[in-house]
Write a protein that binds this ligand. Structure first.
Ligand code: ADP
Ligand code: ADP
Ligand code: ZN
Length: 228
């Protein structure tokens, strides 16, 4: 299954992608995470992207498209993938279509996670993630069961993103409305867009998404088995 999660910063794309990944045995391809790794590694791409990300603007389409094109042919994507944060502009959406059609493939479903702007600033400024396993948390909405300890891996190290401050969030939201929201009618016209209420509780959002997707048992594992 080839799935795209679309929504403004803080909508819950990463949170939901982590849950769907385990269920469908397909990886999350998050361009923001991939870019932050390039920045941490100090690569040429990372040096170019760093300043743009701190401002909350979009990194150039060509750089992002090359990064994704190199990723979707890897072995772990053979059953599909969950795109999180890509495409983010009409040019990226067209490049993705071309990339998939040359592989005789296409997106199966686009899930829009809808959340009002005034909620998003609070979501983003309270966000933190486990440094070891990437699990996402929130100071108020999603605290670890034991304070300072990751529920999933027991690690005690957490990160907050440099761009998760109020000023940058406001420019990221403006960029979302200007450059990314035009993709919604594009996918709606193809009949593959489903909108869920991202303001509901995390578990309820997951249920809404699962209701819009084929059951995991129908997904081919790639080796003749059907995944349960
Ligand atoms: P969020 O999940 O909060 O929306 P991301 O982690 O997806 O944020 O992205 C962080 C930053 O990385 C963006 O503000 C942008 O600068 C850059 N970025 C991520 N994905 C893309 C993309 N597809 N195109 C251009 N820039 C991107
Ligand atoms: P995105 O990947 O779309 O930028 P995240 O999944 O990182 O968003 O979620 C942003 C923040 O909001 C995180 O701190 C997360 O724990 C929290 N969050 C996600 N979904 C919900 C929800 N439905 N209700 C309340 N908080 C949520
Ligand atoms: Zn962890």
């Amino acid at each position: 299954m080839k799935l795209l999660l679309l929504g403004p910063p803080g909508a819950g794309k990463g949170t939901q992608a982590h849950r769907l990944m385990a269920r469908y045995a397909i990886p999350q391809l998050a361009t923001g995470d991939m870019l932050r790794k390039e920045v941490a590694d100090g690569s040429d791409l990372g040096r170019t992207a760093c300043e743009i990300m701190e401002r909350g603007d979009l990194v150039g389409d060509d750089l992002i498209v090359d990064m994704i094109a190199g990723r979707i042919d890897q072995q772990d994507c053979r059953n599909g993938f969950i795109l999180d944060g890509f495409p983010r502009s009409p040019a990226q959406a067209e490049a993705l279509d071309t990339m998939l059609s040359t592989r005789s493939s296409a997106l199966d479903r686009v899930i829009e996670i809808g959340v009002d702007d005034d909620i998003l600033v609070g979501r983003i400024t309270g966000r933190f993630t486990c440094r070891a396993c990437g699990a996402g948390y929130h100071d108020v909405f999603r605290k670890p069961a034991e304070s300072g300890v990751c529920d999933f891996c027991g690690s005690r190290g957490f990160d907050r993103r440099a761009d998760d401050n109020e000023e940058t969030v406001r420019s990221r939201l403006a960029v979302y409305h200007r450059q990314t929201a035009p993709l919604l009618p594009y996918y709606a016209s193809r009949g593959i867009l489903v909108t869920v209420d991202g303001m509901a509780a995390i578990d309820v959002v997951t249920e809404q998404i699962l209701a819009a997707l084929p059951a995991p048992s129908r997904i081919d594992s790639g080796d003749g088995r059907l995944l349960q």
